[in-house]
Design a protein around this ligand. Sequence first.
Ligand SMILES: *Cc1c(COP(=O)(O)O)cnc(C)c1O
Ligand SMILES: [Zn+2]
Length: 419
Amino acid sequence: MTTLDLPAAFADSPARALVCRECRHEVPLSPVHVCEQCFAPLEVGYDLDRMRQVTRKSIEAGPHSIWRYAGLLPAGQDLATRVDLGTGMTPLRKANNLGKALGMDNLWVKDDSANPTHSFKDRVVSVALSAARAFGYTTVSCASTGNLANSVAAHATQAGLRAVVFIPNDLEQGKVVQTAVYGQTLVAVEGNYDDVNRLCSEIAENEEWAFVNVNVRPYYAEGSKTLGYEVAEQLGWRLPQQVIIPMASGSLLTKVDKAFRELVTLDLVEASPVKVYGAQATGCSPIATAYENGWDTVRPVKPDTIARSLAIGNPADGPYALDAVRRSGGAMGHVSDAQVVEGIRLLASTEGLFAETAGGVTVATLRQLLERGQIDPTAETVLYNTGDGLKTLDAVAGEVGPTATIAPSYNAFTKTGLA
Ligand SMILES: *Cc1c(COP(=O)(O)O)cnc(C)c1O
Ligand SMILES: [Zn+2]
């Protein structure tokens, strides 16, 4: 494909080319994700002059969604191909109660459970499907640990695209139902996420489909940058001092870090250091384990954790997440499933915020980093909650329930001593 073939829908995109993350080889914008020279992942490269046309004012005048940052994203400038369910601009909540419980002075929670399908995946899917449409695809697909399936099915349906979604057959019922309800094609595969992903790579070679996390992954990944932009804007156009982020493939963490650096380059915020911290569940902690052991490579594991949305045993962006955390002076941690449940309950009982297991992982990891003196309790810190607790009810269903069960009489109630 030459630049002349670039679909018209990309005319106003600030994206310039796809660039290899290792050898820097460049190819024109197209639905590919691997470097033909060295097989490393490709990433979107931008025309900085075009990006510089974006100002705080132009952003603030934009829609109350991720699309206010369209001038900093690779796709979606063209309204005819933009896929928009109103994703983004989720609340940044001051978490004084949780902060107090943890001994922190200045803690915020960025609550991405408020997105249309209740997880951060709506951000990446909005951008991926906008790119897919711009390239002319009519069928979109993905391998998912659950949240991506929900999001792809919903966004494709609204955009008039066909979706074929692949999931491991042992997913939480909430995530299966929340995907199936849109009436798209849902295939449950007898295997774990890494098996599903391998299968999808094979299908991708034979079908003219846009796989959001395979052939259009470079565009997909850029959607996560909006979680960095929004926090900076919501803080009044400045960067936090510390952020703590859950990791599956590691992509989200690397893109939040990239977003902060872009904002500085574009003079949209003043330069100030941001330490980046990564969180995983011990039952699937290939990236945090590499960090702990000082390894540069990530050794694949077989996932076994209730935090299924983070259960990627062979994380594509693991080495880049390690780089980002080490470069920033942050750290990583991993926590047991019991600690994940405690984390969910701590966030709920302090902030009235019910997170899915990934949120529990992040809260519990923050507590661990504090206990180990690896994170500063006085620095302004943003914790990313990436999904809704209603998606993973099973994780806490056995732990909480009614305070009392009584006969419908006043006498029965007084006997409980609850008055
Ligand atoms: C997908 C996901 C993440 C992180 O994904 P990456 O692959 O690391 O980008 C975090 N939280 C939730 C709830 C997710 O679904
Ligand atoms: Zn390369």
